[in-house]
Design a protein around this ligand. Structure first.
Ligand SMILES: Cc1cc2nc3c(=O)[nH]c(=O)nc-3n(C[C@H](O)[C@H](O)[C@H](O)COP(=O)(O)OP(=O)(O)OC[C@H]3O[C@@H](n4cnc5c(N)ncnc54)[C@H](O)[C@@H]3O)c2cc1C
Ligand SMILES: NC(=O)c1ccc[n+]([C@@H]2O[C@H](COP(=O)([O-])OP(=O)(O)OC[C@H]3O[C@@H](n4cnc5c(N)ncnc54)[C@H](OP(=O)(O)O)[C@@H]3O)[C@@H](O)[C@H]2O)c1
Length: 447
C-alpha cells in the first residue's frame, strides 16, 4: 500500500491528493501544511469580495475529507519544522505543493520607505494570514499607487475602492474592515510599464472595476494611442482584444464625480520612490514607448505620481525547499513531468506540483491538470517505491518528535470559532487573524 505525503494544502496539494485517491484504490495520503488552516491561497489570497471563487473551498473540502486522505495542519517542512529527510523516511513518496510564498522586488531606490508595501503583504493582511504582522496600510493616505497590471493589482485596487457596506458581509478580518472603513484613499493609480494590450489582467476582473459603486475608472486616450495594437485590436488574441475594448470604452467616457477614482496608466516604468517627511510621498516613473519587440524602452521623460501608499504588485516568487534543487531565476524546483531533478537526474520519490513547479502564474483550475501530470509520474514509479518498508505511522512519529499536528477536527473547531466571532460582531463568518486565536480555537477555546 502506497503512502504519500503531500506538502501544502492549496489547490495543487488538494488536486494532487484527489488525483492519487482517484487513480490508486489503496493509496493513503497525508496532506501536511505549515498552517492550521487548509486551502492555501484560496483562503489566503483570493479577495474576500470574490465569494463565488472562495466557495471553491467546499470542493477542496470534500477532497480533504476523503476516507484515505488525512489533513495534518501546523506541520512545517524544512528549517524550524520537520526535516525533509525525516519525511522521506516516513512515506514512500513526497509531493511538494508549497506554492510561491514571497514577492518579487523592483530593485529601485526608495522601495523600502515606510508606506511602500508588497501587494503580498496587503493581501495577507486583508486575508487574515496569521503571519501578517503589518498594519496601518491606509492610515493617512489619500492617494495610492499600485505598480503592476496583473490580476493581483486589480484585486488590491478594488479592495481600496470598496466601501464598508460591501466588505462587511465578507469574511474579511475585523481589524482590516475597521481600517478600510476609516480609509481616506480616494485616488488609486494602477500603473503598467508596457502597453494596454500587454496588461496581464483578465477581462472579467478588469470589467468588475467599472461596476464598483461610486467609483470612476479613468483611462487616457493618448496612452491607448501609444500602443500600436490598440489602433488595430483585430490582430490581437481574444483575451487582449477584449481588454482593449473595455479600456477604450472607459477612455471615451465623460469624467464624473465619484467618491473613488481608479486611474489605469500605461507606458510608465517605476524608477524611484520619493520620500516626503520620512515616508513615501510619490513614485517617479519614466515614460516608455514600445520597442517593436514586445518590450519597451525609456524616453528620458519622467512623471511623479503622488502616493502616500504604494503597493508593489509585480508578481510572486517561489522559495527554496529544504533538500531540493532550486532554480533562482524562475523561483521553481527543476523537474521533468513533476519528478524532481537532482543534478539533472529524476529521483523517484520526490515530486512537485503547482506554483513551485511551474512558477506563479495561472488560476486555481490550472493546478488540476498540473497535479494530474505529477501524479501520473508518481504512480508510474510506484512499483519501485513500495519496496521501502514503512513501519511507523507518520502521525505517531511526528508526535514522538514533539510535533502536534492540527487534525481535521482542529480545523473544524477554527471554522466554528470564526462563525461564533462573526455572530458576536453581527456579521457572517469572520476570519481569525492571528496564530493565538487560531490555536485557542483548536484547543477548544472560542477566542
Ligand atoms: C493574491 C492572489 C489572488 C488570487 N486570486 C485568484 C482568484 O480569484 N481566482 C483564481 O482562479 N486564482 C487566483 N489566484 C491564483 C491561485 O491562488 C493559484 O493558482 C493557486 O493558489 C496556486 O496553488 P498552489 O497550491 O501551488 O499554492 P498555494 O495556494 O500558495 O498553496 C501552498 C500551500 O503550501 C503551504 N506551505 C508552504 N510552505 C510549506 C512548508 N514548508 N511546509 C508545509 N506547508 C507549506 C502553504 O501554507 C500553502 O497552504 C490568486 C493568486 C494570488 C496570489
Ligand atoms: N481573479 C483571478 O482569477 C486572479 C486573481 C489574482 C491572481 N490571479 C492569478 O495569479 C497569478 C499571479 O498574478 P500577479 O498579478 O501577481 O502576476 P502577473 O499576472 O504576472 O502580473 C505581474 C505584473 O507586474 C508587472 N511587473 C513585473 N515586474 C515589474 C517591474 N520590475 N516593474 C514594473 N512592473 C513589473 C508585470 O508587467 P510585465 O507584463 O511588463 O512584466 C505585470 O503587469 C496570475 O496568473 C493571475 O492571473 C488570478
Amino acid at each position: 500500500m502506497l503512502r504519500v505525503a503531500v506538502v501544502g494544502s492549496g489547490p495543487s496539494g488538494c488536486y494532487t491528493a484527489q488525483s492519487l485517491v482517484q487513480q490508486d484504490p489503496d493509496v493513503l495520503v497525508d496532506v501536511l501544511d505549515r498552517l492550521p488552516c487548509p486551502y492555501g491561497l484560496v483562503r489566503y489570497g483570493v479577495a474576500p469580495d470574490h465569494e463565488k471563487i472562495k466557495s471553491l473551498q467546499t470542493t477542496l473540502r470534500t477532497i480533504l475529507e476523503h476516507e484515505r486522505v488525512r489533513f495534518l495542519g501546523g506541520v512545517g517542512i524544512g528549517p524550524g519544522g520537520v526535516p525533509a529527510a525525516r519525511l522521506r523516511e516516513l512515506y514512500h513518496a513526497v509531493v511538494y505543493c508549497v506554492g510561491a510564498a514571497t514577492d518579487r522586488h523592483l530593485g529601485i531606490p526608495g522601495e523600502e520607505l515606510p508606506g511602500s508595501w508588497s501587494a503580498t503583504e496587503f493581501v495577507s493582511w486583508y486575508s487574515a494570514h496569521p503571519d501578517s504582522a503589518a498594519d496601518g496600510f491606509v492610515a493617512g493616505a489619500r492617494s495610492a499607487v499600485v505598480i503592476g497590471v496583473g490580476n493581483v493589482a486589480v484585486d488590491v485596487a478594488r479592495m481600496l475602492a470598496r466601501g464598508v457596506s460591501e466588505l462587511s458581509p465578507t469574511d474579511i478580518p475585523h481589524p482590516a474592515l475597521t481600517a478600510l472603513a476609516a480609509s481616506r484613499v480616494t485616488e488609486v493609480h494602477m500603473v503598467g510599464r508596457r502597453g494596454p494590450s500587454q496588461a496581464r489582467f483578465t477581462t472579467k476582473e478588469l470589467r468588475e472595476l467599472g461596476s464598483l459603486p461610486d467609483t470612476e475608472v479613468a483611462v487616457r486616450q493618448e496612452e491607448l494611442a501609444r500602443d500600436p495594437a490598440c489602433l488595430d485590436p483585430s490582430a490581437l488574441a481574444a483575451p487582449q482584444r477584449r481588454n482593449v475594448e473595455v479600456l477604450r470604452g472607459w477612455a471615451a467616457a465623460e469624467p464624473r464625480q465619484s467618491a473613488h477614482r481608479i486611474s489605469l496608466r500605461f507606458f510608465l516604468r517605476p524608477v524611484e520612490l520619493l520620500a516626503d517627511k520620512g515616508r513615501v510621498g510619490a513614485v517617479r516613473f519614466e515614460r516608455t514607448v514600445p520597442d517593436g519587440r514586445g518590450g519597451v524602452r525609456g524616453t528620458g521623460e519622467f512623471e511623479d505620481i503622488e502616493a502616500q501608499l504604494v503597493l508593489r504588485s509585480v508578481g510572486y516568487r517561489g522559495m527554496p525547499v529544504e533538500g531540493l534543487p532550486f532554480d533562482p531565476e524562475s523561483g521553481t524546483v527543476p523537474h521533468v513531468d513533476g519528478r524532481v531533478l537532482h543534478a539533472g537526474s529524476a529521483v523517484p520519490g520526490e515530486y512537485v506540483a503547482g506554483w513551485i513547479k511551474r512558477g506563479p502564474t495561472g488560476v486555481i483550475g490550472t493546478n488540476r491538470p498540473d497535479a494530474k501530470e505529477t501524479v501520473g509520474s508518481l504512480l508510474a514509479d510506484a512499483p519501485t517505491l513500495v519496496h521501502k518498508d514503512l513501519r511507523e505511522d507518520p502521525l505517531v512519529a511526528l508526535r514522538a518528535a514533539g510535533v502536534e499536528p492540527v487534525e481535521w477536527a482542529g480545523w473544524c473547531a477554527i471554522e466554528r470559532a470564526e462563525a461564533e466571532l462573526g455572530k458576536s460582531l453581527g456579521r457572517g463568518v469572520v476570519k481569525l487573524p492571528d496564530w493565538r486565536s487560531l490555536m485557542n480555537a483548536v484547543n477548544g477555546q472560542v477566542r
